[in-house]
Design a protein around this ligand. Structure first.
Ligand code: SF4
Length: 427
């Protein structure tokens, strides 16, 4: 619930000030190129996801790659587990809108076939291909072609000799696995490498990445493996990835969710935008939590607006607020917003009332004004509303007064509850 009064009574001007910057300092890493996308070395943190189609079905896989790119993926990984998949990659790579990474399982020949297909990067799990001569053969071929490899250590599939007899998987063992693989690569003079040390335990993966960041300056690919379905999987992934990014660790990320991979790409993109590590690309929809003062079903309108904006490239903050009493004030920093009142919606741009629309036209109006602002800017939107602004402000004032008259200052009965608590605690 929004407050109708300012709860800050002390003078904050006298407190020491911490300057909050828009982003976080990044750890210095080498840079590699995955196709045309830079990873590490100060490049923007990138979002990755993985297709769940059969790679051999190149049309279905390409369709999913386009959907992932539309949702924010900069790089997409496809499995290459058999010859048919490698053939699929040969058809996918030339038509893909983003660089393609081939995920190699147990057979190093599939890595060589994927390279032949023209992939932009390989992912090798050191726990799966263990013969040094096979690893070096792949690294040699990558070196000749200038194609990077991700060393993808997974807590669940470590080389058996690395498991601690009592503790099982440790961060030290995961880092040792990565370093062992790196040493094979160095033997053949190959260093186009990024590394991941994923685990399904968030504390374990955080510690493994911290140790890895102390050990090497290769770029790091972050992720919580097998995080599960949303919302728990999204929360787990965010906890692990965000904690590391806030420490400056991480150059590329992947959410591993048990759901449509488009959700992985969206989540990755949203996290980077929230941390100020990538520019906003699509709508940042904010909404009030609703309360006794709300004049509309805020959840329904917010969801409808989310759906209407989808992945459209409208980099604005848009607010959906349940009442005109507090809504416009609380969302004054949003580029555009709408607040409900007396079965109508009050549209505001940068906190200024601009128009009134019928309740069932609220979402359409938001989309239309967002498109206008995106194309012409907020100033032009305020000019566009020059003739309606005064009447829009009057209508908002009317609805604000009516809401306050009907519901009073205490729409949520908080003061009655507080009085009850006081009475009981004195009894
Ligand atoms: S309905 Fe109004 S007072 Fe309640 S949470 Fe939303 S904006 Fe705040």
């Amino acid at each position: 619930m929004c407050s109708t009064f300012n709860p800050l009574e002390r003078n904050t001007n006298t407190l020491p000030v911490v300057q909050v910057t828009a982003t976080f300092p990044r750890r210095d890493t080498r840079q590699i190129m995955v196709g045309g996308v830079a990873v590490g070395g100060g490049a923007p943190v990138t979002v990755q996801s993985m297709t769940v189609t059969k790679t051999a079905d190149h049309e279905a896989t390409l369709q999913q790659i386009y959907a992932l790119a539309g949702a924010g993926a900069d790089i997409v990984r496809c499995t290459c587990n058999r010859a048919e998949a490698a053939e699929g990659l040969a058809r996918i790579v030339p038509r893909s809108p983003v660089p393609i990474v081939a995920d190699i399982h147990n057979n190093h020949r599939m890595a060589l076939a994927a390279l032949e297909a023209g992939v932009h990067c390989l992912r090798l799990n050191p726990g799966n291909i263990r013969k040094p001569e096979q690893i070096k053969a792949v690294a040699r071929e990558c070196k000749d072609r200038g194609v990077p490899i991700r060393i993808g250590v997974n807590g669940g599939s470590l080389d058996p000799d690395l498991y601690h007899p009592e503790l099982g998987v440790t961060p030290e063992a995961m880092v040792a696995s990565a370093m062992r693989e790196l040493a094979y690569f160095e033997d053949v003079g190959f260093d186009l490498v990024k590394i991941s040390v994923k685990a399904s335990s968030v504390p374990l993966m955080i510690e493994a990445y911290r140790q890895l960041a102390e050990t090497t300056d290769h770029p790091l690919h972050l992720g919580v493996t097998e995080a599960g379905p949303p919302p728990a999987g999204t929360i787990k992934s965010t906890a692990g990835i965000a904690a590391l990014l806030a420490e400056g660790i991480g150059d590329t990320i992947r959410y591993s969710l048990t759901t449509d991979p488009v959700e992985e790409a969206r989540a990755g993109r949203a996290l980077l935008e929230a941390l100020g590590l990538r520019e906003r690309r699509s709508v940042d929809l904010i909404a009030c939590p609703s309360c006794g003062r709300a004049e509309v079903d805020v959840f329904a309108v917010a969801n409808e607006a989310m759906e209407a904006f989808g992945d459209r490239r409208i980099p604005l903050q848009v607010a959906v607020m349940g009442c005109v009493v507090n809504g416009p004030g609380e969302a004054r920093d949003a580029d555009l917003g709408i607040a409900a009142g007396n079965r109508r919606g009050h549209l505001f741009v940068k906190g200024e009332n601009v128009a009134v629309v019928a309740e069932d036209a609220m979402v359409d109006a938001l989309v239309e004004w967002a498109e206008f602002i995106c194309e012409h800017g907020a100033e032009a939107a305020l000019e566009r509303a020059a003739r309606t602004r005064a009447s829009a402000r009057r209508a908002a004032d009317e609805d604000r007064r009516r809401n306050l008259d009907e519901l009073g200052d205490d729409a949520n009965n908080s003061e009655t509850v507080v009085a009850g608590i006081r009475r009981k605690s004195r009894a």
